[in-house]
Design a protein around this ligand. Structure first.
Ligand SMILES: NC(=O)c1ccc[n+]([C@@H]2O[C@H](COP(=O)([O-])OP(=O)(O)OC[C@H]3O[C@@H](n4cnc5c(N)ncnc54)[C@H](O)[C@@H]3O)[C@@H](O)[C@H]2O)c1
Ligand SMILES: [Zn+2]
Ligand SMILES: [Zn+2]
Length: 369
């Protein structure tokens, strides 16, 4: 089968708009595969760093007119020379940063932290991403998508779910834990879904936008089964949040907190509403911590531990996909809106408004779903 030589892809000029242009589909080099894109979901970081303005520096700097989209899943349609594991027809997710493969961080699977200025390139930032019908990817960046998961499930593992899973593994979540999640965008919703699967029983969310509070209150763990909700309680963001969380936890606070808003006050709430010996992970990016943070009062004297967590590694992404299949949960259940590529402008505008759950740009069978 001969593949097209050109395609129309979407890029982000940085003024809250989406633009389209024609891109050449190059000959595959050693170690490269061509994917037919099936689902490409939008992350909060796309809005923060690229869509509204080109904010990023260093590893977050967006290169002009790169095809956007760093959460892609698709099907292998052609293989370049030297491909070892994947073949045409395989269903795959792309780890969204291609690294040099040989620095210490790449060897740990954390291509996100690759130290090579020349070879570290994120899909949708410094090399072409998922907002086009085809993607040229490196074989070493691919992870197999289990049969029982959809491409829309897989796309979210490329960044959002992978990131959350990494953060939860750092702090450890089990049936022992009450968990607070601050910021209920797609990342916070993913945190709730995975905390449920890991056994947490008292999951409390805090969110600022009324539309998202509503979505978080309604969402079940599995579509069609209203008996298990994602959250036990969802609170509106406000000055009494710490007291409210304590009231929901017998006065103690939560064992674990997952901060997904990046808001300085929510970060402080996550720390203060965590009980003695508890653990907190910061996932939301940018901004600062409230000036009211008092380390001795808020952390040191209560023996708390604070983690930062950036994306995940390749093997953990593979492991998460296997577990999602075993738990029989679907990240796609968090998608509230799907668009064709020609409507990508509507998709980004909706995600930027926040009046949604996860937003996806889809192709072929995923658009019909
Ligand atoms: N650490 C990482 O590796 C990593 C990876 C992916 C995304 N991120 C970051 O994670 C964050 C969440 O991603 P997302 O896609 O869900 O983004 P998002 O912007 O859609 O979600 C953030 C949510 O926080 C809410 N919020 C704002 N102020 C609040 C407050 N005071 N209290 C409670 N909620 C508040 C917003 O209303 C919004 O719903 C973003 O900052 C994103 O850049 C980090
Ligand atoms: Zn992301
Ligand atoms: Zn590297």
């Amino acid at each position: 089968m001969s593949e097209p030589k050109k395609m129309i892809g979407a890029y982000l000029p940085g003024d809250s708009s989406v633009a389209f242009k024609e891109y050449a589909i190059p000959e595959l080099k050693h170690g490269e595969v061509l994917l037919r894109t099936k689902a490409s979901t939008i992350c909060g970081s796309d809005i923060r760093c690229i869509y509204n303005e080109h904010l990023g520096k260093g590893p977050e700097a967006y290169q002009q007119e790169m095809v956007a989209g760093h959460e892609p899943a698709g099907q292998v349609v052609a293989c370049g020379p030297g491909i070892r594991e994947f073949k045409a027809g395989d269903r795959v997710v792309i780890y969204h940063i291609s690294g040099c493969g040989v620095c210490n961080d790449c060897r740990r699977g954390y291509q996100i932290s690759c130290t090579s200025e020349e070879y570290r390139k994120a899909y949708g930032w410094q090399r072409h991403g998922g907002m086009a019908p085809y993607i040229v990817a490196e074989e070493k960046d691919l992870v197999h998508l289990p049969d029982s998961l959809t491409y829309a499930d897989g796309a979210q593992v490329a960044c959002g779910f992978g990131t959350v899973y990494e953060g939860l593994e750092k702090i450890g979540i089990s049936g022992n834990d009450a968990v607070l999640i601050t910021g209920l965008g797609p990342v916070g919703l993913a945190a709730a879904m995975l905390c449920r699967c890991l056994g947490a029983k008292n999951i409390i969310g805090i969110e600022a936008m009324p539309e998202r509070i509503e979505i978080a209150r309604e969402l079940p763990l599995r579509k069609g089964d209203a008996s298990i909700k994602l959250f036990d309680s969802v609170l509106a963001a406000g000055p009494d949040n710490e007291a409210e969380v304590r009231a929901l936890t017998g006065g103690h606070g939560v064992e674990r907190a997952v901060e997904c808003s990046a808001h300085h006050e929510a970060r402080l709430t996550a720390i203060q509403a965590t009980r003695k010996w508890g653990k907190i992970v910061l996932i939301g990016e940018g901004g600062t911590l409230s000036a009211d943070f008092a380390p001795s009062r808020d952390m040191i004297h209560d023996q708390k531990t604070l983690y930062g967590s950036w994306v995940t590694n390749l093997w953990r992404m593979d492991e998460l996909l296997e577990r999602l299949a075993r738990w029989e949960v679907h990240p796609e259940d968090l998608i509230t809106h799907r668009f064709g590529l020609e409507d990508a402008a509507k998709a980004y505008e909706l995600m930027a408004s926040g009046k949604c759950g996860k937003v996806a740009v889809c192709f072929d069978e995923e658009l019909e779903a």
